[in-house]
Design a protein around this ligand. Structure first.
Ligand SMILES: N[C@@H](CCC(=O)N[C@@H](CS)C(=O)NCC(=O)O)C(=O)O
Length: 213
């Protein structure tokens, strides 16, 4: 069985858990406790020198990193249901929206970034929260404008795909940082629809073995 090294509240791990659950692929879930710094210790660094979760370890011990690259691997290996449409333009647009979250919004409110601005730039917990909320709001404003252009239940499509695997964890983070999601009605609607889906329920942070109260 494949192993997923992750953390219950890690949005990048959450993306991969959703993709696995949508495809009905079972893995052994191994928690790496980010709050205790396990991601920066030798055992995990040997899996991913970046010191990030998730890592997907295949049955032959190959270790894959980067959530979107792992999702791409899963889509190539377990084709149904497809996380990407076959139409090349739609595929590019869905990837672009996914990258707006995974490459532009998410990295600047990562745990190590928030710890850094607290340690080196005089921010307290509230300052770090304001920072995170600012970048999420800016990114979601653009994504809401994009999503409003389509009359589909999910982004540009009638089934949850790559984008939804990225959106739902980012909305989870947005709520943690007190971002008012009512500003983003279409994103909010997609998130609400997804969170009723059994795969998204299975992948939710609170349903993981390492979830803290
Ligand atoms: N681009 C990477 C980002 C992974 C990432 O940022 N993981 C976070 C949790 S969501 C992490 O491991 N953070 C540990 C830290 O910041 O020290 C991916 O998509 O997999």
């Amino acid at each position: 069985m494949m192993k997923l090294y992750g953390y219950w509240r890690s949005s990048a791990s959450y993306r991969v858990r959703i993709a696995l659950a949508l495809k009905g692929v079972e893995v052994e879930y191994i928690a790496v406790n980010l709050r205790e710094g396990e991601q920066a210790q030798g055992e995990h660094l040997s899996r991913n020198p970046q010191g990030f979760v998730p890592v997907l370890e295949l049955e032959d011990s190959t270790q894959l990193t980067q959530s979107l690259a792992i999702m791409d691997y899963l889509d190539a290996t377990f084709p149904e249901p497809a996380l990407m449409p076959s139409d090349a333009i739609l595929r590019s647009k869905i990837l672009a929206a996914s990258l707006a979250i995974a490459s532009d919004i998410s990295p600047i409110q990562n745990l190590s970034v928030l710890n850094y601005i607290k340690a080196k730039h005089g921010q307290d917990g509230e300052g770090a929260k304001t920072w995170a909320a600012h970048w999420i709001t800016q990114g979601f404003t653009a994504l809401e404008a994009i999503a409003q252009q389509y009359d589909t239940p999910y982004l540009m499509t009638d089934q949850p795909r790559f984008f939804e695997c990225c959106l739902v964890p980012q909305v989870y983070n947005a709520r943690r940082f007190d971002v008012d999601m009512d500003q983003f009605p279409k994103l909010n609607a997609i998130d609400s629809l997804c969170r009723k889906h059994p795969a998204f329920i299975k992948a939710a942070p609170e349903n993981q073995a390492d979830a803290a109260p």
